[in-house]
Unconditional design. Structure first.
Length: 319
């Protein structure tokens, strides 16, 4: 697209003084864990709350297609070009601020965490402080904002178990703080989600004190499980399908004879059937074809319709 063909909103945005970096025609392959996808007309590394507030109201006013991402896990990006704005949180959204409180029986530790902080970094820092409960995050290749937005979980734990409150921004650029009790959390669901025009900026967690050695041993146990049971060294999005009530998606897929099945450059992992891996040159069409095959085959054999956990990049609400 030449300068003359640029949409008016883009011409206006390029002239707007922002602290955040704006990039044109940026490949999205390195912004997701599947390493798949086309480019974005406009990608912005949003580094502070002020810029995010301006950008969300700008998007609303101009009705621009948009999406927000962290590390891009649990996300499939089409190979075609993205015509709107991708917001990539960075800068102050990677904050970490421990706050300690005491009650009559034991020390309660709270920590304020920016939405862009990596789950792995969060888990590792909890080891240093001797805080238990968040070890399961070591195997989730996303960010805290995404973990809250989808109520991420593993090894019997979920984010909601430790969340105290969440700070989020609406499409008018206004900040809100919501206590956990006031929010709707379910299995792999939270109402604070960019798809609903609610962008998590920060979360506060409450953890109990343990000792660093105990927490580290649990973390290493979770990490070892991932290395043994999941294709950690191949590009994937994590689990593709939600577990149906009383069942495991991986078991249903394997029992349907699909483990190891290939489509183009993509494969249902021979290690874990609920993972689809990029063998090196997979397209989004390859991934979607395998997803469709899994759903149709599992339904045919087990009368269970698997619900995808992975999101497909599409425009969020305008506001």
């Amino acid at each position: 697209m030449s300068d003359e063909e640029q949409p008016e909103w883009l011409k206006t945005l390029e002239k707007t003084p922002l602290t955040s970096r704006l990039r044109r025609k940026e490949s999205l392959k390195r912004f997701n864990t599947w390493r798949i996808g086309g480019d974005a007309d406009c990608l912005i590394d949003v580094v502070n709350v002020a810029d995010l507030s301006f950008l969300l109201s700008f998007i609303s006013n101009y009705r621009i297609p948009w999406f927000i991402l962290g590390k891009g896990s649990n996300l499939l990006i089409p190979d075609t070009s993205w015509p709107g704005i991708i917001l990539h949180l960075s800068g102050e959204f990677k904050s970490w601020e421990p706050l300690e409180k005491n009650n009559s029986t034991h020390k309660i530790n709270t920590v304020s965490v920016g939405a862009a902080l990596a789950d792995v970094t969060f888990a590792q820092r909890c080891v240093t402080h001797g805080w238990k409960g968040m070890e399961f995050l070591i195997g989730i290749p996303g960010t805290i904002g995404g973990a809250v937005a989808m109520n991420a979980g593993a090894h019997g734990g979920e984010i909601v178990d430790f969340l105290q409150e969440a700070e989020w921004m609406d499409m008018d650029g206004n900040l809100h703080i919501s206590a956990r009790e006031s929010l709707d959390f379910r299995y792999r669901f939270c109402e604070l989600n960019g798809n609903y025009g609610r962008i998590i900026t920060r979360a506060v967690f409450q953890l109990q004190e343990s000792d660093p050695e105990t927490v580290e041993n649990k973390l290493l146990e979770c990490q070892q499980f991932r290395m043994e049971k999941q294709p950690y060294n191949q590009p994937s999005c994590g689990s593709v399908f939600k577990n149906p009530p009383g069942e495991f998606a991986a078991h249903l897929i394997e029992d349907s004879g699909l483990k190891g099945k290939k489509q183009g450059g993509a494969q249902i992992s021979p290690i874990h059937a609920n993972f689809i891996v990029n063998l090196g040159d997979a397209s989004s069409a390859d991934i979607l074809a395998l997803i469709d095959t899994v759903r149709e085959t599992v339904f045919s054999k087990h009368s269970i319709y698997l619900e995808p956990e992975v999101q497909i990049l599409q425009s969020s609400v305008y506001g």
